[in-house]
Design a protein around this ligand. Structure first.
Ligand code: NAP
Length: 266
């Protein structure tokens, strides 16, 4: 699905409140994070391809801008609009991303791999590169990258996604080196199983397969991750929370999950 880069919804522009930009905020973790940041006094700017859903997240006070992180022109127009309205970014939450497919490398789908790398890796780099001049205009900048436990673990069938999230982790750690000496904090939030639209997207709309991922355990919610992001960004400006790893109690690793048969969402 391609976004119309011309779509812009929401008119609020205040220079007083800190400006938080959240990518992939039309559902799941991004939506919950944007809403929670709004409750904590941030002026929120949300981006994704589904503008109708974004508009609901932005509400009357936020700004919803069409964004396809796999299209550099779309990224440039998104950031140009933020520059025009606010002139700076205090917080960037790189959240847009996800998994596509789950098969062994021997049968790897080129389309799925390209899609995952474009969204999770190249898109994150494009958004970060374009936002850095605006983050440098803030008194205290902050970049939060939503990676995953897949950023430091592997599992059979997950190589396309784990490789992409390992790359997000490498980019995050490199940014911390490259921005050392500047007042910009870098945080990585690495969730385990969170019940969102993630698995529906991964299994290309197969809701039964998606539901099975969360059966027999209590997964995290998008709000649990929003809570982690808000906690990290509301520490005093000299405190850099490097990384937060957060999983359901039932999940020891990506592949070792305690499930109670016959008891969905135990
Ligand atoms: P989700 O509900 O599917 O949300 C994904 C978001 O990314 C949507 O808002 C989607 O919006 C956006 N997105 C996808 N492709 C995009 C593109 N090309 N341009 C702009 N936005 C795009 O899944 P989620 O669980 O909240 O995932 C959010 C992040 O958390 C992802 O980076 C994911 O890898 C990570 N994560 C999730 C889990 C989990 O278990 N759910 C665990 C660890 C990490 P549009 O489709 O409207 O563009």
């Amino acid at each position: 699905m391609k976004a119309s880069t011309a779509s812009i919804v929401g008119g609020a522009t205040t220079t007083k409140s800190p400006v938080a930009v959240v990518t992939g905020a039309s559902s799941g973790i991004g939506a919950a994070t944007a809403i929670e940041l709004g409750r904590h006094g941030y002026q929120i700017v949300v981006g994704a391809r589904r503008i109708d859903r974004l508009q609901r997240v932005a509400g009357e006070d936020g700004v919803a801008l069409s964004l396809d992180v796999t299209n550099e022109q779309s990224v440039k127009e998104f950031v140009a609009e933020i520059a025009k309205r606010f002139g700076r970014v205090d917080l960037l939450v790189n959240n847009a991303g996800g998994a596509l497919g789950m098969g062994p490398i021997a049968q790897a789908s080129d389309d799925d791999w390209i899609g995952m790398w474009q969204t999770n890796v190249l898109g994150l780099m494009w958004v970060t590169r374009a936002c850095l001049p605006l983050l440098r205009k803030a008194k205290h900048g902050h970049i939060v990258n939503i990676s995953s436990v897949a950023g430091f673990e592997t599992y059979a069938g997950g190589a396309g996604y784990t490789a992409a999230k390992h790359a997000v982790r490498a980019i995050t750690r490199t940014l911390r080196l490259e921005l050392n000496g500047e007042p910009i904090r870098i945080t990585e939030v690495a969730p385990g199983l969170v019940e969102t639209e993630f698995s529906i997207v991964r299994f290309h709309g197969d809701r039964k397969a998606a539901k099975a991922v969360y059966e027999g355990l209590k997964p995290l919610t998008a709000e649990d991750i929003a809570d982690c992001v808000v906690w990290a960004v509301t520490r005093p400006p000299h405190v850099d929370i490097d990384e937060i790893v957060v999983r359901p109690v039932a999940q020891a690793t990506t592949w070792k999950v305690a499930r109670k048969p016959g008891r969905p969402k135990a």
